[in-house]
Ligand binder design. Structure first.
Ligand SMILES: Nc1ncnc2c1ncn2[C@@H]1O[C@H](COP(=O)(O)OP(=O)(O)OP(=O)(O)O)[C@@H](O)[C@H]1O
Ligand SMILES: [Mg+2]
Length: 534
């Protein structure tokens, strides 16, 4: 409410002329002047509106001034409303006292002195205005206090909720820290640890006093310590993310690989930064990675070795083919060619011979040459592929071969066969075994310096076992282990043939001599053979 705002001044008098004169006197106060010509009219107005001053005549018909004042005072709203009596009569002190008792605040007698009336009304009007302002202010103040109190209450409630949530988060965090398999840590701005989760202590068996600060580094492998110390210091200096792999000692003294990662929570100053990080066990993945790396290196090496061996074998094979061709050519030229040339010369000589006895002699010589040539052709052809092998089987072919071999080499060679009625195998299997024995005995002849050798052929359950033994000087260890570079096409081919049949080849030294053992599974071959015969 502004100070200029008008207040109501109620003037009560049964004589309208008097009311007009009051109005004239009070007009210049610039307040809201309300006129009532009876006590009733005044009461009606008072019930509806707020009034600052009631100016009333004492003597009025129906309700006089004293009665009206008492009625007004009874109402709580008008306890402090200023009531000024105006009276031309009853001016005794008793009358005044009665007036005050009824609630009058002042008493003016007629003739009214305008300035006096104006000054008094103005003073009470001002008082009322101030009282109104004060109560308004009070109300506003109360309102603000209530608002502020509500605001504070809301804030307190929000704070309480936040506290609750914070406590819950703290509990969750504590549970995570307690149960996380990884080591969780935090460090101060200078890099010293001020927190390590339970898993660190469980793993290392360390006490908190020994691990805090930089003490945890004592559990790091001495080979990794300096490296991570430098790296950690650099990251702290530059305030950049940290990552490192190192070994940590467990409570039994063994080391496992861990990967640590930490990020800085930047403060204004280096010292006010904080670091939070984790340390995870990567031992298993590290081992796996390492074994994969090693395996792939071994595999690469093996492939390289095999490729080299194959290259070696193929070049030897080509050389051998050439040698074989050369040998056959030489055989053809030196023996067969010679025999045929001799036969030709002898036959040509028959023509020039005069006596029939000489002719017969030359014919005999020519026939002998042709016989030898035929024999040589047969031997060469049989060695290239023995026809006995197809006709009467492996055992007979081996016997024939061993006889020839003994004659050619002078090495005493025997053949044991178990059972003596050895069953037939598939042609491929019989050829393979024949070639293996052929190569093994050639090796005995070429390399062993042996005087004796023995070939055993046995059928045991579903396998065929072949063994070629000699009493020679024995093999180099590299050959027995099939080390690349030590074996030639001979043993290489043997091995390949055996593997093609799903079998196994074993070379060993028997002091004295060498043992070549071959195992070939034959059950399915026998079945195939029976089916084929049927
Ligand atoms: N019975 C044996 N006694 C001693 N050493 C042997 C015997 N058999 C093989 N060896 C050794 O094993 C090596 C490899 O034999 P392999 O048959 O693979 O090749 P090679 O006989 O040398 O040549 P080729 O490829 O012509 O057969 C021989 O060079 C020899 O040193
Ligand atoms: Mg050989």
């Amino acid at each position: 409410m502004s100070p200029k705002e008008r207040v109501n001044i109620l003037m009560v008098d049964d004589q309208p002329a008097k009311l007009l004169s009051y109005e004239a006197i009070l007009g210049e106060l610039d307040e809201n002047l309300v006129k009532a010509t009876s006590g009733k009219e005044a009461l009606e107005y008072l019930l509806k509106s707020d009034v600052a001053v009631v100016l009333m005549d004492v003597s009025m018909p129906e309700i006089d001034g004293f009665e009206l004042a008492s009625m007004i005072r009874q109402h709580p709203r008008f306890h402090r409303t200023a009531i000024i009596f105006i009276s031309a009569v009853h001016l005794t002190d008793l009358d005044r006292l009665k007036g005050y008792e009824r609630g009058a605040v002042d008493y003016i007698s007629v003739p009214v002195i305008p300035e006096l009336l104006r000054a008094k009304v103005s003073a009470f009007a001002e008082l009322h205005r101030k009282a109104l302002q004060l109560s308004n202010l009070n109300r506003q103040l109360e309102q603000r206090v209530a608002e502020r109190t509500q605001e504070l209450e809301n804030k307190a409630q929000a704070l309480e909720l936040l506290n609750l949530q914070l406590n819950q988060k703290n509990d969750q965090l504590a549970a995570i820290l307690q149960t996380a398999p990884d080591i969780i840590f935090s460090s101060r701005g200078d890099g010293s640890r001020d927190f390590l989760s339970a898993s660190f202590f469980e793993y290392t068996g360390a006490t908190p006093e020994s691990a805090m600060g930089f003490g945890w580094m004592n559990y790091v492998h001495s080979e990794d310590r300096e490296k991570i110390k430098t790296h950690w210091a650099q990251c702290i200096q530059r305030r950049q993310d940290y990552e490192a792999e190192y070994r940590i000692r467990n409570r039994t003294g063994e080391y496992r690989w861990f990967r640590a990662r930490a990020v800085p929570l930047r403060g204004e100053e280096l010292q006010s930064s904080r670091w939070y990080g984790t340390c995870s066990d990567i031992q298993d993945s590290k081992l796996l990675e390492q074994s994969i790396r090693e395996n792939s290196t071994t595999l690469e090496k093996l492939v390289e070795e095999r490729t080299e061996a194959l290259r070696h074998l193929s070049s030897r094979l080509m050389r051998m083919q050439d040698e074989e061709r050369r040998r056959i050519a030489r055989e053809l030229h030196d023996s067969l060619g010679q025999e045929l040339a001799a036969a030709k010369m002898t036959v040509d000589g028959i023509v020039s011979q005069s006596s029939s006895a000489s002719k017969d002699q030359c014919a005999l010589e020519a026939s002998g040459s042709i016989d030898r040539a035929l024999q040589q052709v047969r031997t060469m052809s049989h060695l290239l592929h023995p026809p006995l092998l197809d006709e009467v089987g492996l055992v007979s072919a081996l016997r024939w071969y061993l006889d020839g071999m003994m004659k050619r080499s002078g090495i005493q060679t025997s053949l044991d066969v178990q059972p003596s009625e050895f069953p037939r195998l598939t042609p491929q299997c019989e050829t393979a075994i024949f070639r293996i024995v052929q190569e093994a005995l050639t090796n005995v002849f070429r390399h062993s310096e042996a005087s004796q050798s023995r070939v055993s052929l046995a059928r045991h359950e579903n396998n065929v076992l072949v063994e070629i033994r000699d009493n020679g000087k024995g093999m180099d260890e590299g050959v027995t282990k099939f080390r690349p570079g030590t074996v030639g096409v001979g043993i290489g081919g043997m091995r390949q043939r055996v593997e093609e049949f799903g079998g196994k080849l074993r070379l060993s030294n028997a002091s004295p001599g060498t043992v070549v053992e071959v195992v070939i599974p034959v059950e399915h071959q026998a079945r195939e053979r029976v089916l084929a015969t049927a």
